[in-house]
Design a protein around this ligand. Structure first.
Ligand code: ZN
Length: 123
């Protein structure tokens, strides 16, 4: 392998890494099947009616630890003012707003959670 090829692979892996981080919505989709806790929490917020639209793309989300404001941008990206979002760049509140605005995604998550709940209720 030449040095040129090595550099190319290095650049490619950096691009993939950056791409993965910036594409918040694709991260959400990748996590649909393993049903991680954040998706479940976000779904609970929707189910319990904890999300209130207070303006154009602005939502009040009543979380477990307080009420936070989630802003949805024109490009579909979301931002929350809770400590979790500040440090990890994602949280159940912003995820809930994302899901609320993607009916197809919300429907598939609803189906997966209901399936999981049925399984859990059997034993
Ligand atoms: Zn949040």
């Amino acid at each position: 392998m030449s040095i040129g090829e090595n550099i190319f692979i290095l650049i490619l892996s950096v691009i993939i890494l950056v791409h993965k981080r910036s594409k918040c919505e694709s991260v959400v989709r990748e996590n649909v099947l393993p049903l991680d806790r954040m998706i479940r929490k976000a779904y609970e917020l929707i189910r319990k009616g904890r999300i209130e639209q207070i303006g154009d793309g602005v939502y009040n989300v009543i979380g477990e630890h307080g009420t936070y404001t989630v802003v949805r941008n024109i490009d579909g990206s979301v931002a929350c003012n809770c400590p979790g979002f500040m440090s990890r760049k994602r949280c159940s509140h912003s995820l809930a707003v994302l899901m609320l605005n993607q009916p197809v995604l919300l429907k598939s998550i609803k189906m997966e959670i209901e399936k999981a709940e049925k399984r859990a209720g059997k034993h």
